[in-house]
Design a protein around this ligand. Sequence first.
Ligand code: SF4
Ligand code: SF4
Length: 149
Amino acid sequence: MPKRGPRRPQHTGRRPAHHTNWPLKRPGEQPVPQSLCEKCAGLCCRYLALPIETPTTKADFDDVRWYLAHEGISVFVEEGDWYINIASRCKHLDKDNRCDIYENRPRICRGYTEDNCDYHSGDYGYDLHFASLEELDEYIEQKKYKKKK
Ligand code: SF4
Ligand code: SF4
């Protein structure tokens, strides 16, 4: 069971706003400076991340193995907390990579800023990141090895 609400992975030191409004220039208005979102393919609207229980038992880890057996799933650990990352394009990201419900977008979207967002880098500074079941198996084996030492 998730222990907290859904979130987006945060780059270290980031703090939140999101998608500069659209269109950038309405008739009769002065153009505003181009935003990063203007140049971006809506990277932050193509996945969601949910907290999961920290695995402690063999069965818990096996459940995480099951998540990772699925396409588009990865698991990461940030500040000791475990999250499942699901690659899924938001249904409201339009063909021009704009939010088609901008005025009514969810709270999580409103709390996201283009300062240090996905556009800048793929490096989130995760403690751990597993893109496959095999990577998790390797981690489990390493843990066992360390215990034996
Ligand atoms: S990843 Fe950043 S630049 Fe791209 S749409 Fe999201 S907030 Fe804008
Ligand atoms: S609702 Fe809009 S801002 Fe939120 S993820 Fe979807 S397209 Fe992006």
